[in-house]
Each structure stands twice: as structure tokens, then as C-alpha cells.
Design a protein around this ligand. Sequence first.
Ligand SMILES: Nc1nc2c(ncn2[C@@H]2O[C@H](COP(=O)(O)OP(=O)(O)O)[C@@H](O)[C@H]2O)c(=O)[nH]1
Ligand SMILES: [Mg+2]
Length: 244
Amino acid sequence: MTNLSPAPATGTLPPAIDAKLAMGWMHTARFLTTAAQLHHLPDITVPEIAFVGRSNAGKSTCINTLTQQKQLAFASKKPGRTQHINLFALGKQGVTDAVLADLPGYGYAAVSRSDKQRWQAVMANYLVSRQGLTGIVLLCDPRLGMTELDEALLEVVRPRVEQGLKFLVLLTKADKLTRSEQAKVLSITRLQAGGGEVKMFSALKKQGVDEVAQLLWQWSHPATAPAGAAANAPAPEEPEPPQP
Ligand SMILES: Nc1nc2c(ncn2[C@@H]2O[C@H](COP(=O)(O)OP(=O)(O)O)[C@@H](O)[C@H]2O)c(=O)[nH]1
Ligand SMILES: [Mg+2]
């Protein structure tokens, strides 16, 4: 499904793609497919990045903010509604170079026990066995911090993280905290994440948006990629004026 061929090297690899290019790349996101069960997911040959977290952590809002699309992932004041794994393709049409996977939120009290267990199994299975899974973004409400359920998830993926799976804890709704509260929860979460990367994010204040987009691009285009790889990123929204 991808025809991403390595571009010729034209210089040294920049440490990160330009924020505007990264945001342009995120904006190409479009719905790919949805599946209620793992074996219904298509095999993907490009890097896949999973978004996981407790229900109401701000996952849908985060995906919509990163992709600059109001309705791509369903954001709701009624938690516990998303019961499917939704995949979104990134990259120019016909040159999908990464996939975002929106996993069902967990921890919602009003979901029946059997539904919870079913979803825990689907989630654990996905995280342990999904081919092509390149990175995980774990979203947490910083007022709760990493809960038991988040730590259980971390345990499930730890062996894969040790083998190189990328892992980011994103503390959402940063706008609800003061600067000093943010600093405090960042350092506590860094300890809990055991060396994993932790960032603050606010959809409301657009805090951390560029940085996360740049990081996800890097995850999907590892450093071994030739410098010209940035040329595979889509052009920014506004076309360049024609050269004389
Ligand atoms: N203040 C604030 N509220 C947010 C932010 N992100 C999400 N929310 C709110 O948190 C609630 C849950 O968000 P949603 O994206 O649906 O969470 P999900 O269940 O993890 O997908 C909604 O009422 C959102 O408006 C943020 O950055 N700042
Ligand atoms: Mg949601």
C-alpha cells in the first residue's frame, strides 16, 4: 500500500523535520479503516503509531488537534463510546508513509465488566503482537497522573520498548495546571515512565503540538533515512510562489 522509496541523500540529516512540514504531514491524515477485533485489522507495511489512554484522557481531541481536523477522531463529553480500533493513514495520497491507530479508551466505570475484559484482551493483544507497531503515545490526564491501568499497559509493552519500540507519555489538558503544577507532574511522571519520554500537551492552548508532530515524524522516518527523506513530506498548505 506504500510506494515510499528512499530519496537520494542530499546532505546531512536535520535533527528534526521543520515544525510546519511536520504539521503539514499530520494534516494529511485520513480515515483508513475500523475494526472491532484485532484479526480484522489490515496488515500494514508502514510504521504504525498507537494512541492509547484512559477514557476521557483527551485522546480524540489530541488526534484532532495534531491532524488539524475537527472530526477525524470523535471527541465527546460522553466517555466510553469508542469501541473500535480506528486507523488513519498519513502521507500524500498513494504514498502512505505511516498509520495512526486510535485504540479504545479504558477505565470507564460505566462499561460492563465483560466489555472491559474483552477490551483489555484486545488492547493487550494489539500492543504485544501488532506487526509494524513503531511507537505508542500514552495519554494521561495530569490531574490523575499515570494510574494503575496506565502502569499495567506500560508493563505489557515494556519488552517491546526494550527492543526499541518508541514510547511517549503525553500529559494532556496542560491548560488546567499552573506552570509549577506542570513541572511537578512532569518529574513524577518521568520517574513512573522509567526513562520514557514525557511531554505536556494542551489542545486548548496548542501547547506541545508542533513538538509531538515532529516527534511522530521522526519515529516514522528513522535516522537511517536519507536526508532527502524530508522531501517525502507534503508541502505546506500554501503552495510556494513559482520560481522566476
Ligand atoms: N481544557 C482542556 N480540555 C481538554 C483538552 N483535551 C481534551 N479536553 C476535554 O476533555 C474531554 C475528553 O476529551 P476526549 O478527547 O473526548 O477524550 P478521549 O475519551 O480520551 O478521547 C472533552 O470534554 C474535551 O473537551 C485540553 O487540552 N484542554
Ligand atoms: Mg475518544
